[in-house]
Design a protein around this ligand. Structure first.
Ligand code: FES
Length: 148
């Protein structure tokens, strides 16, 4: 049994090292424990984006006074979608709504230290979901203003 445990520990360690080498330190650490996972309890808007891969990233925002007070994400996709959603939520925190469209897929990818070519679209999905969430906020705000 001890041999099996040792074998599994060594296998896990090898896989971790290979993943760290492929994705870089920043992405690896974020993948192990992605910050901002889930819907913040006071979120008041959300946006989603589905890629050709069939996976969807959703970004949740709590916006007050046109400023992002809290942000979170959900994805049913790959590890790169996890870290991209996490980074997009983090980049949105504290920003004003008008500054959110400037958070592009390129910025998400670059802040992660880059992604493998095949996974770059995950960063764009996260950015698109963020932009969709801002649109949702404006729609709700406009609707609320029209009813007042
Ligand atoms: Fe589908 Fe990453 S989100 S492969």
């Amino acid at each position: 049994m001890a041999d099996l445990d040792t074998f599994l520990d060594e296998l896990q360690s090898t896989l971790n090292e290979q993943t760290k080498t492929a994705y870089g330190e920043e992405a690896f650490d974020r993948w192990r424990n992605p910050p901002h996972r889930g819907r913040p309890s006071a979120a008041n808007c959300q946006g989603s984006s589905t890629g050709n891969c069939g996976d969807t990233i959703t970004i949740f925002l709590q916006i007050e006074d046109d400023t992002v007070r809290d942000a979170g994400f959900h994805t049913d996709g790959c590890g790169s979608s996890q870290i991209s959603g996490s980074m997009a939520a983090e980049l949105a925190l504290g920003k004003r709504c008008e500054d959110l469209p400037a958070i592009t897929g390129e910025i998400v990818r670059d802040r992660l230290g880059g992604l493998l070519k095949d996974d770059e679209h995950c960063a764009w999905l996260a950015a698109n979901a963020l932009h969709d969430a801002v649109g949702d906020y404006y729609k709700r705000t406009l609707h609320h203003t029209e009813q007042a």
